[in-house]
Each structure stands twice: as structure tokens, then as C-alpha cells.
Design a protein around this ligand. Sequence first.
Ligand code: FES
Length: 171
Amino acid sequence: MLLAPQDSHPRVLEGVKHHVDEVLMKYGYDQSKLIAIFQEIQGRLRYLPREVVEYVAQKLRVPLSEVVATITFYHQFRLTPIGEFVFQVCYGTACYLRGASEVYEAIRMALRGEGITLEKARCFGCCSLAPVVMVVDTRINERYIHGKLSPQEARKVVMRYLTEAQRRWDA
Ligand code: FES
């Protein structure tokens, strides 16, 4: 059974509905474009709020269970809010052996506010730079590699991105 989004959490949906409608229109409400539709919506909203998922399912006339199964299958989709930047600390072998845990801990301790989301990740394929942290700018979906990081350097990197997140919110 599809949930009527207007009956569930209207305020969340209201704020972003124009984005979702634009994307749905761009793809002609085509069920076969489900992945592309959610990619673009996530690109705009930075994650997929539950109300939006329900709304899209309803508009595309696809059972909600099918939509949820699809988006939870792909790791690229985020169902919870994230910060302006996602710090992905590589826990591959080379990075682990060269201090990934210490770097992760230094970042975790330096975090404040909602600007940065911290995650562990697998090898990025640039092991010669170990330990490596990839920073994803969730607004523009750009990725930046920071390599050979000591815990102290990692803290400085966090400060730089926190400042940038604050600047964006103040703008
Ligand atoms: S092990 Fe970290 S980039 Fe390969």
C-alpha cells in the first residue's frame, strides 16, 4: 500500500516538493528511470527523506516496498541527513597499517556541529598515499583525496572544512 505523502509529513515534503516534481517531470514519470530519478533528487537534497521516497513511489505508481528495496540495495543512496562534507577514512590494509584508526579518532574528536559526517571506507586505490581520507562535498558531489595524514594534519583538515561549512550556512 502506498502512503499518501500529504498525510504523513507535509512540512518536510513541502520544502522540497518543487525539486522532486522537477526531476519527475524531467524523466517523464518513467518508472524505468527510478535510479536516475533518485540520483538526481539526492544530488539536490543530499539525501532521500522518507516522505520523498513515498511521494516518488506514489507518483510513479510503483509499490513503496519495491522502491525501498531498490534504494536500499544501492550503497550510493542515503536515507538519513548528512553534513556538507562526508569524511571517509580508508580502512584498507595499507591505510590501516599506517594509522587509519588514529586518524579516524582524531577526526571524530575534532568534529562539532552538523557540518561533517564521518564514515569508514574501503580502499580507494591510492594506497601509496596511506593513510587516506576522501572528503565528499555533498553539495556539488566533488571528491577530494587527502593523503599521508597524521592525526594532527587530519584535525587541521577538519577545521578547514568546518569553516567552509559554516561559511555556506552563513551565506
Ligand atoms: S588501503 Fe587505503 S587507499 Fe588503499
